[in-house]
Design a binder for this molecule. Structure first.
Ligand code: CU
Length: 224
């Protein structure tokens, strides 16, 4: 289903979309009931010549119902969301086999640092690309977000993943793409005059293409 949201392309999409539509349907029904009720009562009890206003005491029963129904609904949604939240953002949620990337973000660009052929970040063979994140499909990746000036927010709508990058904090976010293709990264935190053009791309490769790309890239970096 891709109504409102772009088609999902990560392992998070199913859970997030399900919650999104559950909440949309519940709030949609509440919206219609409230607005129709408002209109009906406004017309039915409008001022008419000869009819005096009445003092109404209130209804404990009605109050209990309209407090209990939203309270129970909210707790149920909270419990349902809790599991999903924990899976995506929980303290120990990042899978151990995730490929790490360092992301230095500043006004108004994303710099993605890749571990080189040695498979280690923070070594001499690392290389950095501006506004381009290449990842393999069906493999978790972990981004270490480092904001160099103000707060930015890493957002890939197709992956249903969004995470603030805050200066002075080391923040990790992970996801796993499920579809080969190109997706938009947007900065989701108003970060200055150039915020609107702070876009980048995620390129999701098949496993073989990714290895090929990585070795081509490293060879090119060696020549430089
Ligand atoms: Cu930004």
């Amino acid at each position: 289903m891709s109504w409102i949201l772009p088609p999902g392309a990560s392992t998070f999409a199913g859970d997030i979309d399900f919650l999104y539509y559950v909440i949309l349907v519940i709030t949609g029904i509440a919206f219609v009931v409230v607005e129709v009720g408002l209109l009906v009562f406004a017309i039915k009890y409008r001022a008419r010549p000869g009819r005096k206003a009445q003092y109404i005491q209130g209804s404990i029963k009605a109050e209990i119902i309209w407090t209990a129904v939203p309270a129970v609904t909210l707790v149920i949604i909270g419990l349902m969301s809790g599991g999903v939240w924990n899976h995506i953002k929980g303290r120990n949620s990042i899978p151990p086999n995730a490929i790490p990337y360092e992301v230095h973000v500043k006004q108004f660009e994303w710099n993605f640092t890749y571990r080189g052929p040695d498979g280690q970040l923070g070594t001499a063979d690392d290389f950095t690309l501006r506004n381009q994140l290449h990842i393999p499909v069906n493999r978790p990746v972990e981004l270490q977000l480092i904001a160099e000036d103000v707060i930015h927010s890493f957002f890939v709508p197709a992956f249903r993943v969004k995470q603030d990058a805050v200066p002075g904090m080391d923040i990790n976010v992970w996801f796993e793409a499920t579809e080969v293709g190109e997706y938009e990264i947007a900065c989701a935190e108003l970060c200055g005059l150039g915020h609107y053009r702070m876009r980048a791309r995620v390129i999701v490769h098949s496993a073989e293409d990714y290895q090929q790309w990585l070795s081509d890239r490293s060879a090119a970096a060696d020549e430089e």
